[in-house]
Design a protein around this ligand. Structure first.
Ligand SMILES: [Zn+2]
Ligand SMILES: [Zn+2]
Length: 138
């Protein structure tokens, strides 16, 4: 993911805006991207959400009050109950979580590599990159 790997050491850490929620990540993120779906937009109050796929077993919450919002029959979003930071998306039956990668202490290590659900992009938000763009999930 990051080309200059000498600075990246496990575990990784991250957390929410108010600092109550902290987590430890024991694996390097895999796939990364921006999600432009309407649910992510609303959860984050932002035009797109940068995410990184991580093994569910590798993500450990260390502190804070993590809330769960069931956004569909099979999907849920987790957030800090104190400040509202949108932390992750997970889906029943999947071993990986879509972590909101900006909540990592070093989001610069894991740049997004594509855009998904680009069909629901907010029209005034035009990314200035040449990453692949997928109308739906990929
Ligand atoms: Zn918080
Ligand atoms: Zn989304």
């Amino acid at each position: 993911m990051k080309e200059d790997d000498e600075m990246v050491t496990l575990p990784l850490f991250g957390g929410c805006a108010c600092g109550q929620v902290r987590y430890r990540l024991d694996a390097l993120p895999g796939d990364t991207g921006y999600c432009h779906c309407r649910t992510c937009q609303r959860c984050a109050a932002a035009p797109a959400v940068p995410w990184a796929m991580v093994p569910a077993q590798a993500l450990h919450y260390l502190s804070g009050d993590v809330g769960i919002f069931r956004s569909s029959a099979h999907g849920e979003r987790r957030f800090c109950r104190d400040c509202g930071t949108y932390l992750e998306y997970r889906e029943q039956g999947y071993a990986e979580i879509g972590l909101s990668s900006v909540t990592l202490d070093h989001p610069e290590w894991f740049p997004p590599q594509k855009h998904i659900w680009f069909a629901s992009r907010v029209p005034w938000f035009e990314p200035a990159d040449d990453l692949p763009r997928f109308d739906q999930g990929e």
